[in-house]
Write a protein of this length. Structure first.
Length: 320
């Protein structure tokens, strides 16, 4: 896989978003579940007793607060996070969202009543419930640690269906024991977490529905076909997402380093050879950038070779 990345091949990670309905639904269920006492109870009718009587006596163990008018903090406002935020509004919750890399597409998906904050500490101060929907990398490792937990409201309830490493488990367990955090739900269980009575641990069930399994297969095939036929990239784990409706006689797909003046170099070379650019889209992600260029006429093979030899150009593909 690493070898393919180095050659400019996109790694399609569509599965992260394809199960978003299931993930959002699961998060809402987890919030509901945390409303009740964490200690599991079973109604057992005594010999000769009536179930109705036993149930009535045991109902006090399941008393919990309402979600209505509580504040939910959503860390990460991608496909899943945005859906979670919007659904929570329908439950009557006050929703705060944080995402330092919020894309235009994600912003358009968000309901206008979601409070998007620029500083995650503002979300920590206001949220009664916090859910994380972010990628795991060195920047997000232990994002929810001692400092973050200290900044949260007393009695906060946390849900982590993103990745286990996003939360510092040692700091979390200390916060649970101190009562700073009331409950923690995760589908990344460890021996330490399972042993804590304030933790609800479960298997990682992100795509465990018949619908999501089928949707994953269909969407993966559609994304691959769109890349091969049109050069569009969606849900890539290593390259930026770029979509451009086809126009013109030929499309050039250029992967290059994300450095200044690269776009100017590409268009200058095309202009030198008298090629008219009809449409263009350029996006970057980390060290890489990807440019789609629709041309008014097909270019000669020599022009493509000139593009490939431009400094910091990694890969050039012509479609059409």
């Amino acid at each position: 896989m690493a070898k393919g990345y180095g050659r400019g091949m996109p790694g399609m990670g569509g599965g992260m978003n394809m199960n978003m309905i299931k993930q959002a639904q699961k998060m809402q269920q987890d919030m509901m579940r945390m409303q009740q006492e964490l200690q599991e109870k079973e109604y057992q009718a005594a010999s000769g007793g009536e179930v109705e009587t036993v149930v009535e006596k045991g109902k006090a163990a399941f008393v919990g607060p309402e979600l209505y008018r509580k504040a939910l903090g959503v860390i990460g406002l991608g496909a899943i996070g945005a859906l979670v935020a919007n659904v929570a509004l329908d439950l009557g919750m006050d929703v705060y969202g944080y995402d330092p890399f919020l894309s235009v597409d994600a912003a358009l998906r968000l309901d206008r009543h979601v409070h998007v904050v620029q500083d995650v500490s503002e979300l920590y101060k206001k949220a009664d419930y916090i859910t994380a929907h972010i990628h795991f990398n060195e920047k997000t490792r232990h994002m929810i640690g001692r400092e973050a937990l200290a900044a949260m409201k007393p009695g906060v309830r946390l849900i982590n269906l993103a990745r286990g490493g996003v939360v510092d488990n040692e700091a979390l367990l200390a916060a649970l024991d101190a009562g700073k955090v009331t409950a923690y739900v995760t589908d990344f269980p460890t021996n330490q977490l399972v042993a804590n009575p304030h933790v609800i641990a479960m298997p990682h069930l992100g795509a465990s529905t018949p619908e999501s399994e089928q949707n994953c297969a269909v969407m993966a095939a559609e994304e691959l076909r769109d890349y091969l036929e049109n050069g569009n990239i969606k849900n890539s784990v290593n390259l930026p997402d770029v979509y451009l409706d086809r126009s013109g006689a030929q499309r050039l797909c250029v992967l290059h380093k994300n450095i200044p003046a690269m776009l100017a170099s590409i268009t200058a070379l095309l202009s030198r050879d008298g090629v008219n650019v009809e449409n263009l889209s350029n996006k970057s992600k980390g060290d890489y950038a990807y440019t789609l260029v629709d041309l008014g006429a097909k270019v000669e093979p020599a022009v493509l070779e000139d593009l490939r030899t431009l400094p910091n150009v990694i890969r050039v593909r012509a479609i059409g």
